[in-house]
Design a protein around this ligand. Sequence first.
Ligand SMILES: [Zn+2]
Length: 64
Amino acid sequence: MMEKEARTCPKCGRTYTAPPALSRLDNKTLICPLCGTAESIGFLPKETQEEILAAAEAAEKDHM
Ligand SMILES: [Zn+2]
């Protein structure tokens, strides 16, 4: 069985084994998928950002 390679995300400092995302800031830094999502949200219009964040927040409350 092949072990997944653990990488450390330079943005949040966490270790992750999921397929890395390419940072949109310089297109060469590999970051964790979560930071990749956060970065891609950062490139969306403000109204869309707020919509996504509100939806994420609502989803989180559902699990409480
Ligand atoms: Zn990260």
